[in-house]
Design a protein around this ligand. Structure first.
Ligand code: FES
Length: 156
């Protein structure tokens, strides 16, 4: 795992300063410190994992109700950029139709986070690809005929 920051009690101001100096926006830092969607969903309809080129891994827990994203949680074994990107992704897709959630792109997360270090942009891609993989797997489980098409899309 690369670059993970271990937070200790009372140290959040120091972490804020470190991340700010490294080029993270206040919004990205807030997501990293609060981690509002970090954890597991015991009643998830789909769970998928993805490992990035950096070796870090994300698991995505997806709950779908009436064709909409009812809930999403991420488990992130990765850096501050990965955590903030994953948390932003959840805010962007929660409540959306599953097809619309699948349209999430890296640029959508960039716009929410406003600024993260340029060398962390691949962490955003990992958060998006992990979500796409989870949605594809969910859709395949609902409609096995589209399996080949969706698998191809997931590798893009
Ligand atoms: Fe691996 Fe950020 S460095 S996800």
């Amino acid at each position: 795992m690369s670059g993970e920051i271990i937070e200790t009690t009372g140290a959040s101001n120091g972490i804020r300063e470190m991340l700010s100096n490294a080029g993270y926006s206040d919004k990205a830092i807030q997501y990293y410190i609060e981690k509002p969607y970090m954890g597991v969903l015991p009643d998830a309809d789909q769970v998928s994992e993805m490992t990035g080129t950096c070796g870090d891994t994300m698991a995505v827990y997806l709950k779908v109700t009436h064709g909409k994203v009812a809930d999403v949680m991420y488990q992130v074994m990765g850096c501050a950029g990965a955590v903030s990107a994953a948390m932003a992704a959840v805010d962007l897709v929660k409540g959306k139709k599953i097809e619309d959630a699948r349209d999430l792109e890296d640029g959508d997360i960039f716009r929410v986070l406003q600024d993260i270090p340029v060398q962390k942009h691949h962490c955003i891609q990992l958060a998006v690809k992990a979500l796409h993989k989870t949605i594809d797997a969910y859709q395949q489980s609902q409609n096995p005929i589209s399996k080949t098409q969706s698998s191809n899309d997931a590798t893009k």
